[in-house]
Design a protein. Sequence first.
Length: 244
Amino acid sequence: MTEPQYSALVLFSGGQDSTACLAWALERYSLVETLGIDFGQRHGVELTQRQHVLARLKSEYPMWAARLGEDHEITLTELSKISETALTQDMAIEMTDAGLPSTFVPGRNLLFFTYAAAIGYRRNIKTLIGGMCETDFSGYPDCRNDTIRSLETTLSLGMGTKFELITPLMSLDKAATWAMIQDLGGETLVDLVIEDTHTCYLGNRTERHDWGYGCGDCPACQLRGAGYQRWRAVSSPPTSPTTD
């Protein structure tokens, strides 16, 4: 059994934000386990990329490799069958009558943390970490801090033990997330996020941009690209020495 105060379970999709959260956790906890969830998302390629990210983190950062524990993967594809959304169905990404983008999957983050808590309960890990953000996001109500705090209380009451839900990116915009990535792992981690993570809602890995792979047009790509440009405007990558 692990010691709760020294261990954490990270919701790790293989995208930019969850990779940033994983690096954040690896700097702070002696044991970090990861959870990937297949919910029938159109950008299911991220589930493949998450293994590439984990392998490269272990290769590039030996200290983090020693802290990485078991990787869990579960399937919640029933969610895609009951969710008529642009994230789970072949339909246009647009605003709905409810005032939310059609990529909103009702209940997704609530279910993710609930399943993470069930795994954490079994493994005696009471710190759960996710990449939700209410500063620079698509308007999802289950990404708000109030939602996460309420869920933290509900999970603790419902399981009879205190869980802590941590969202390191909650108050950060995408530019600040890129800055955090560099602070945590330098340009090596920045390169890893660009080359190996996947965030594009359409699952496009044929188009390479300066910020990574994606269609360039979906909300996820637009947020990621704009944040990268804002960050690079004030933080340029190191240049290689020139030779005569």
